[in-house]
Design a protein around this ligand. Structure first.
Ligand SMILES: *[C@@H]1O[C@H](CO)[C@@H](O)[C@H](O)[C@H]1NC(C)=O
Ligand SMILES: *[C@@H]1O[C@H](CO)[C@@H](O)[C@H](O)[C@H]1NC(C)=O
Ligand SMILES: *[C@@H]1O[C@H](CO)[C@@H](O)[C@H](O)[C@H]1NC(C)=O
Ligand SMILES: *[C@@H]1O[C@H](CO)[C@@H](O)[C@H](O)[C@H]1NC(C)=O
Length: 207
C-alpha cells in the first residue's frame, strides 16, 4: 500500500464528509426556518380574536369644575388586539364609574368616531374621553364636593358596556354582541391630587 495514496483517499473521504455535513446543516437550517415560520403562523392564527383593554395609569381624572354646576372628567383606555388576522371594533361604549360598594358614581359615552374603538390586527388604540357631567343630574354634589376637597375615591371600578365586532373582510364587521369589561381597582380624583401612577389596570371581560 502506498502511504501517500492512503492520505489522498483519506482527504477525499474527509472532503466528502464535510460536503455531506454541510448539506445536512443547510437542510437542517432550512427545516428549522420552515418550522419557525409555520409555528408563528399557527401561533398567530390561534391567538384569540380578543380585545385587551387597560385603564391608563389606573386613574379617572377630574379635570376641573365649570360654572353652571358642571364637572369635567377624563379616562384614557389603551386597547390592543393581538390577533394577526382580524380587526376588532368596540362601539357604542358606555363607561360607568362605580364605588367599591358598587353604587354608581356616574356614566358617560365614549365618542370614538362612528365605529367606536377600532383596533387593527396586532395593533393598539389609545382613546382619551373627556366628559362634561352635570351636577347633580349626572353626578352627585357629594362626590363633587369630595373631589374639590382633594378626596380620592380608591378601589373604584370602571365598567365598560358596548358592542364588540370582528372584521369579516375589508370594512365589513360581524353584527357583534354586547360585551362588558370590568377594570379594577381604579382611583378617581382631582388631577392634581392623584399620587404618582402605579401602572395601568387591566380590564376583564365579564360577559
Ligand atoms: C399617566 O401618567 C404619566 C406619568 O405621571 C403622565 O405623564 C400621563 O399623562 C398619564 N396619562 C394619563 C392618561 O393620565
Ligand atoms: C357606597 O359608598 C358611598 C361612599 O362611601 C356612599 O355614599 C353610598 O351610600 C354607599 N352605597 C351603598 C349602596 O351602600
Ligand atoms: C372636606 O374636608 C374636610 C376636612 O378633611 C372635611 O371636614 C369635610 O367634611 C370635607 N367636605 C366634603 C364635602 O367632603
Ligand atoms: C361587505 O359589505 C358590502 C355592503 O354591505 C357588501 O356589498 C359586500 O358584499 C360585503 N363584502 C363581504 C366580503 O362580505
Amino acid at each position: 500500500m502506498d502511504k501517500s495514496h492512503d492520505e489522498h483517499d483519506d482527504e477525499h473521504a474527509r472532503l466528502r464528509g464535510l460536503i455531506g455535513a454541510g448539506r445536512y446543516v443547510v437542510a437542517a437550517v432550512v427545516t428549522a426556518i420552515t418550522v419557525a415560520v409555520i409555528a408563528r403562523a399557527v401561533v398567530v392564527s390561534l391567538r384569540s380574536e380578543k380585545l385587551y383593554i387597560k385603564v391608563t395609569n389606573g386613574t379617572v381624572l377630574v379635570l376641573g369644575f365649570l360654572p353652571n354646576n358642571k364637572v369635567m372628567m377624563s379616562v384614557a383606555l389603551d386597547s390592543s388586539n393581538p390577533s394577526g388576522r382580524v380587526g376588532i371594533s368596540y362601539g357604542g361604549v358606555t363607561v360607568s364609574l362605580l364605588q367599591h360598594n358598587r353604587s354608581l358614581i356616574t356614566s358617560f359615552v365614549i365618542k370614538d368616531g362612528i365605529t367606536g374603538i377600532t383596533v387593527g390586527p396586532e395593533a393598539s388604540w389609545l382613546s382619551n374621553t373627556v366628559a362634561t357631567q352635570d351636577v347633580p343630574a349626572d353626578v352627585s354634589q357629594e362626590f363633587v364636593d369630595g373631589m374639590r376637597n382633594r378626596t380620592l375615591v380608591t378601589d373604584a371600578a370602571v365598567h365598560l358596556h358596548g358592542t364588540l365586532r370582528t372584521q369579516v373582510s375589508g370594512l365589513n364587521y360581524t353584527r357583534g354582541h354586547t360585551t362588558e369589561f370590568r377594570c379594577y381597582p381604579v382611583t378617581i380624583g382631582f388631577w392634581a391630587a392623584l399620587p404618582a401612577p402605579a401602572g395601568d389596570v387591566s380590564c376583564k371581560e365579564v360577559s
